[in-house]
Design a protein around this ligand. Structure first.
Ligand SMILES: [Zn+2]
Length: 416
């Protein structure tokens, strides 16, 4: 008997619909940023659904919320799934929410099947995955796995000057009936389900992405220094125009980032020129480069160019450049065993799919030092995400959950 036969598409869709009402926006999206009252309400709803099925709930000191179905050998480490309940300010209904609701549906399907597992099975809602209100992203999983200290995370402030610590106290009050849980407790395995947030599955007409790795991501800040001058009186030979130098740098780097396979992701998401007066030659530009690629060697090749080209271009234009590598995350490979298991369950269920790297970062990328890790992607409509128009089809979401629960049941040692 497949546990996946007990997955109920309507129950899963109904839960996602109810959850999307918390922080719903006029354009059909969700604004449920981390550690807001809406985040607290979503966590309470998850806790209520869990308790009503007889599952137990736990939370740790950064607010990661765990739902547990006990195992028959309950001291064994749990097999864990989950994602996040927070959203971008103009976020969608499925980014993060799907992974948590798929996990809850998996627990309910196990419960409905009546089958026990040796290991407990847990669903986690990681705190502040998006990092929109309190950077960085993946804060809860980062603290849980020791990448960040709790004290440092609690001290991070939002633009209004509220700290994570202050906001967290109010939110954790919502689920104060959860038993305390420490950081870094071992897991037997971790599988996160998520919408793809890109167009590959939907374009290919496929249902399941078996995620092999999270691609590398480097973030740079480039500053160009020129000199202010009068826009009307200063001839070309006398100008040190920081904007013209910066524009040339961006254009040359973008050309260099174009590869045949279209695998390199090059984004200048912030570009600020000063003093910002229409009639003054600009003296200072700061811009960011977010660079991603599935292979470490390729991202390093491009990163080396980013570190030297701005200086050369600026010198030609009588400016000066400074490049800072703000962060540097190499490729996170997932467990071959988990990737193989997800792919075999996908084939058992005769669902079309492929192995693929993740273009986006996810909580799952911090788990490999703790446990064998993998991810399941499902399509989202037109590949749109981080957008209020984000959408997904009920049967795709249910299919991803079917693969998930069959994997969890096997990893947890099903009895029967
Ligand atoms: Zn997400």
């Amino acid at each position: 008997m497949r546990i996946s036969n007990f997955v109920k598409q309507d129950r899963l869709w109904g839960r996602l619909t109810d959850l999307a009402k918390i922080g719903a926006t006029a354009k059909g999206g969700v604004n449920r940023q981390a550690l807001t009252a809406e985040d607290g309400a979503a966590r309470r709803l998850l806790a209520d659904w869990a308790l009503s099925r007889g599952f137990s709930i736990f939370q740790d000191d950064i607010g990661n919320l765990f739902v547990r179905r006990n195992g028959s050998e309950d001291s064994l480490p749990p097999v864990t799934t989950g994602s996040h309940l927070d959203t971008q300010p103009t976020g969608g209904r499925f980014d993060g929410a799907y992974g948590v609701m798929a996990g809850l549906e998996a627990l309910e399907a196990l419960e409905d099947s009546g089958i026990r597992t040796r290991h407990p099975v847990e669903v986690v809602a990681w705190t502040n995955e998006e990092g929109a209100r309190f950077p960085p992203s993946c804060m809860g999983s980062g603290v849980y796995t020791g990448r960040y200290t709790l004290d440092w995370a609690l001290s991070v402030q939002d633009p209004a000057g509220t700290s994570v610590g202050e906001a967290l106290t109010a939110v954790m009050e919502q689920t104060k009936d959860a038993a305390p849980r420490g950081f870094g407790a071992p897991m037997a395995a971790y599988i996160e389900a998520h919408i793809e947030q890109g167009p590959i599955l939907v374009s290919a007409g496929e249902t399941i992405g078996v995620v092999t790795s999270v691609q590398s991501q480097n973030l740079f800040e480039v500053e160009v220094f020129g000199e202010e001058a009068h826009a009307g009186t200063t001839p070309r030979a006398n100008r040190s125009d920081a904007v013209l130098a910066a524009v040339e740098i961006v254009a040359e780097l973008e050309r260099a980032a174009q590869d045949e396979a279209d695998a390199m992701r090059f984004t200048v998401g912030r570009f600020i020129a000063k003093p910002g007066a229409p009639n003054t030659v600009p003296s200072h530009v700061v811009f960011t480069i977010d660079l991603r690629h599935p292979e470490n060697s390729e991202i390093e090749r491009m990163s080396n160019l980013i570190e030297c080209l701005p200086g050369e271009v600026s010198a030609r234009r009588r400016c000066r450049a400074k490049v800072t590598r703000l962060s540097d995350s190499p490729v996170t490979p997932f467990s071959d065993d988990i990737v193989g298991l997800i792919d075999s369950k996908r084939r058992d269920l005769e669902l079309p799919g492929r192995r693929m790297p993740s273009g986006a970062g996810h909580d799952a990328m911090y788990i490999p030092p703790l446990a064998p890790t993998g991810m399941i992607f499902v399509p989202c409509v037109d590949g749109i995400s981080h957008n209020e128009a984000e959408d997904a089809l009920p049967h795709d979401l249910a299919d991803g959950t079917r693969v998930l629960v069959d994997c969890l049941a096997e990893l947890a040692g099903r009895e029967g």
